[in-house]
Ligand binder design. Structure first.
Ligand code: HEC
Length: 191
């Protein structure tokens, strides 16, 4: 109840459609979500780069597998957020598959990119009610960068392909090109 003001602000933002990633907002929830995403992205990319440098991409698969969910819950849990990554084409089908709302937002991001929007600017927030529980939800698109192509691109090295085949038999997250939307950070918090 105490979050009614934020909720109203979030709804207003939702009504106004898309938001530019660098705009500040009147909603503390939205600001917090953005701050968590920034930290998550920075920490994960840092650990990924170090792992690739030290052990090569096959070893770095472990960082994405173990560290991504660990960092997500470390950053979210203490502040009451659920933090994950998702995509229309997931590698980890058990952990990262999108729910209905996430799928709609991801499709909307794809349309907005096709219409000329920069991937970095694609964010969406909403108050979503599921089984009578209202949650503030936030998503931010993740672009495919150069470093990502080793494991998500169109020409993945045979040893990486073999390791991925073994660990992710249902992998759909290959064949991406530079600049394409790889997926999104997805955060939610009960109101
Ligand atoms: C060393 C290989 C490797 C590299 C490099 C890599 N990834 Fe991944 N990525 C993975 C693995 C493995 C998973 C599955 C993680 C899991 O089990 O949760 C994954 C999962 C993801 C997911 C979650 C959705 C899904 O498909 O399950 C996203 C989003 C993602 N990666 C984005 C990126 C981006 C963006 C980059 C570049 C900055 C990147 N990855 C670089 C291996 C990699």
């Amino acid at each position: 109840m105490k979050r009614l003001a934020c909720l109203t602000a979030a709804s207003a933002l939702l009504a106004s459609g898309s938001l530019h990633a660098s705009e500040s907002s009147a909603s503390p929830d939205l600001d917090e979500a953005r701050a968590i995403v920034k930290q998550f992205a920075t920490q994960l990319q840092g650990e990924l780069a170090t792992a690739i440098k030290e052990g090569g991409p096959v070893k770095a698969i472990g960082v994405c597998k173990e560290r991504a969910p660990a960092i997500a819950s470390e950053l979210g849990a203490s502040r009451g957020w659920e933090v994950k990554r998702t995509s229309l084409k997931v590698r980890n089908t058990e952990l990262n598959a999108p729910d209905g709302w996430e799928r709609r937002v991801l499709n909307d991001f794809a349309q907005r990119q096709a219409a000329g929007a920069e991937v970095q600017t694609l964010v969406q927030s909403a108050v979503v009610e599921t089984n009578g529980v209202k949650r503030f939800r936030f998503m931010q698109a993740i672009p495919t960068g150069e470093v990502c192509l080793a494991c998500h691109g169109t020409a993945i090295a045979p040893e990486i392909t073999a390791a991925l085949d073994e660990q992710y038999p249902d992998d759909q997250a290959r064949g991406f090109s530079l600049g394409e939307i790889r997926g999104a950070f997805s955060l939610s918090k009960p109101l």
